[in-house]
Write a protein that binds this ligand. Structure first.
Ligand code: NAD
Ligand code: UDP
Length: 316
């Protein structure tokens, strides 16, 4: 198979490249490095099955040769990333999705859109099922990401209905692992970086908001099962083990080992950083289990150990 991955130089996209290339596929990556890095894909540069095109998908583009699938992962993904780039984030869910899905349509390729649990906003239903329509503040600071992804889903469904295209929508819940960027700002890279540097772990507010963390290899596995399935409606992929941010800080400290001298520090970040911060989040993965036969396999302790090992190579 020959697969185009937009955003393939990012955290998840680069793991997707590794898996697809290891399985003998050809991979074309389009990325503009707005939040990704050439380092994430440098190990593939001499692989004849790998091609890289530097391009901003908010502008139209084409790819030479046939494609079997287009996987659209390009978008700033962390609150810091999208709060720093609000217009580019809105554009990538609109122009970027349009340009990518048009490539898929012209090539008769299937199309997978990376969506997010953020489409549920600060959810009033818990855990979140795919049938839930969400609770998003459409003019809040986070809306640049939430509404961009909601529009992206809408565009994907319009192409499915208009052209009967084989489209897929994956709603990704908090995913972590090696190659998250040092300055990404999300809770996993922040705490892990702080732990390996023996700096305080910065818990925002009272630390009682909850999240559920999925290791990247599990996510990639679910994403590919969805891609090759026949399911055109959205599917949640995430790990349902929910915990408070405070308990997550304890888990990182423990995984970092007895030499980790980090304290847990409660701080009040800039208001924009926690405005509309979802208070509870946990995926209902019933659909992924029944349609894809998927569930996560990597436990938090194992996943954190691998993430900490990676951050020791870049953050110390
Ligand atoms: P990331 O920032 O590491 O990767 C995103 C990649 O997209 C980067 O390499 C970036 O340079 C590229 N990109 C952004 N805008 C672009 C544009 N206009 N043109 C070309 N390339 C562009 O983030 P990630 O965590 O790997 O997220 C990948 C995808 O998964 C995103 O769409 C994100 O919204 C989605 N997602 C991730 C998570 C998570 O927990 N990691 C959760 C929900 C959804
Ligand atoms: N958070 C925190 N300390 C940090 C970074 C994040 O307490 O250094 C909190 C944040 O307020 C939120 C949760 O951790 O409640 C997850 O935030 P993240 O930025 O990872 O992404 P989100 O899940 O909100 O998209």
């Amino acid at each position: 198979m020959r697969i185009l991955i937009t955003g393939g130089a990012g955290f998840i996209g680069s793991h997707l490249c590794d898996r697809l290339l290891a399985e003998g596929n050809q991979v074309v990556v389009v990325d503009n490095f707005i939040t990704g890095s050439p380092k994430n894909i440098a190990h593939h540069q001499n692989n004849p099955n790998f091609q890289f095109i530097k391009h901003d998908i908010n502008e139209p583009f084409d790819v030479d040769g046939p494609l079997d699938a287009v996987m659209n992962l390009a978008s700033p993904a962390s609150p810091v990333g999208y709060l720093d780039n609000p217009i580019a984030t809105l554009r990538v869910g609109a122009h970027g999705v349009y340009n990518s899905i048009e490539v898929a349509r012209k090539k008769n390729a299937r199309f997978l859109q990376a969506s997010t649990s953020e489409v549920y906003g600060d959810p009033l239903e818990h855990p979140q099922r795919e049938t839930y329509w969400g609770n998003v503040n459409c003019i809040g600071v986070r809306s640049v990401y939430d509404e961009s992804k909601r529009f992206a889903e809408s565009m994907t469904m319009a192409y499915y209905r208009t052209y009967n295209m084989p489209t897929r929508i994956i709603r990704i819940f908090n995913t972590y692992g090696p190659r998250m960027a040092l300055d990404d700002g999300r809770v996993v890279p922040n705490f892990v970086k702080q732990a390996v540097r023996n700096e305080p772990l910065t818990v925002y507010g009272d630390g009682q908001a909850t999240r559920a963390f999925c290791y990247v290899s599990d996510l990639v596995d679910g994403m590919l099962r969805l891609l090759w399935s026949n399911e055109f409606m959205p599917v949640n992929i995430g790990n349902p083990r929910e915990m408070t941010v405070y308990d997550f800080a304890l888990a990182v400290k423990s995984a970092a080992g007895p030499d980790c001298g980090s304290e847990i520090k409660f701080i009040q970040p800039h208001a924009a950083r926690i405005s509309d911060d979802p208070q509870r989040r946990r995926p209902d993965i019933t659909r992924a289990q029944s349609i894809l036969g998927w569930e996560p396999k990597v436990g938090l302790e194992d996943g954190l150990r691998q993430t900490i090992a990676y951050f020791k190579t870049i953050a110390v």
